[in-house]
Design a binder for this molecule. Structure first.
Ligand code: HPA
Length: 235
């Protein structure tokens, strides 16, 4: 047990897939894993452990934003001997060069967040994916013929803002899309010498206001879930 996760020590696998939403964690676990067991439900942040093609994998929620994923990923890495975390989420595209449903393997996450600086003294505005997960995902995508782009993204602390211009930190670091968690995940992994990657599906195009509809979402996220699971199997 840790403060925010009530699982027993041995109940969490070495590789964890992390959607933001607990109900998405449940959906993936119930539809893609065998021998599924609910191992933590503190604050309704569900964590499920099961097997995928025989390999033990845990799927659990990060919540929204750097503070939340900062807590869950830290406890997983330090209290449960987790080696690899793959965040699976959605993002908004800053440019119509990206299309709805595009799948992104995040290279660098740039942020105005003070998380990395105040937690670990990491002063960079831009932190890279950590360890081999990025490459494993890239290779798995090739094998599965799933189209996958890689680019830098903005991990924003802000969802609603008065000014809709692309924020400075995103422009300066050539970020093509925005989400809210990868930066803190990468910072924790970097500090602890662990592995972390982030896979994102483009769910909205910010300049044109196009969006994946609520009923399209489940189907839209399927390639990302399959890719994450196949990559997790190889870790
Ligand atoms: N902003 C931040 N996070 C997001 C967005 C967005 O527009 N879309 C999906 N996740």
């Amino acid at each position: 047990m840790s403060i925010h996760i009530s699982a027993q020590k041995g109940d969490i696998a070495r590789t964890v897939l992390m959607p933001g939403d607990p109900l998405r964690a449940r959906f993936i676990a119930e539809n893609f894993l065998q021998q599924v067991k609910l191992v933590s439900q503190t604050r309704n942040a569900f964590y499920f452990t099961g097997t995928y093609k025989g390999k033990e994998i845990t799927i659990g929620a990060s919540g929204m934003g750097c503070p939340s994923i900062g807590i869950y990923s830290y406890e997983l890495f330090t209290e449960y001997e987790v080696d690899n975390i793959i965040r699976i989420g959605t993002c908004g595209a800053y440019t119509n060069k990206l299309k709805l449903f595009d799948l992104i393997n995040v290279d660098y996450a740039a942020s105005e967040s003070t998380f990395a600086r105040y937690a670990w003294g990491i002063k960079d505005q831009c932190i890279r994916h950590q360890g081999k997960a990025f490459k494993t995902i890239k290779k798995a995508a090739k094998e599965l013929s799933i189209p996958l782009k890689n680019c830098n993204i903005h991990s924003s602390d802000i969802f609603y803002r008065k000014n809709s211009d692309i924020p400075k930190v995103a422009a300066a670091n050539k970020c093509l899309a925005v989400e809210m968690e990868a930066f803190a995940l990468f910072a924790n992994a970097k500090h602890l010498g662990k592995t972390a990657a982030t896979l994102l599906t483009v769910s909205d195009i910010i300049p044109t206001h196009e969006k994946i509809s609520a009923d399209e979402r489940e189907k839209a996220l399927k390639p990302m879930m399959e890719l994450a699971l196949e990559a997790a199997m190889k870790m």
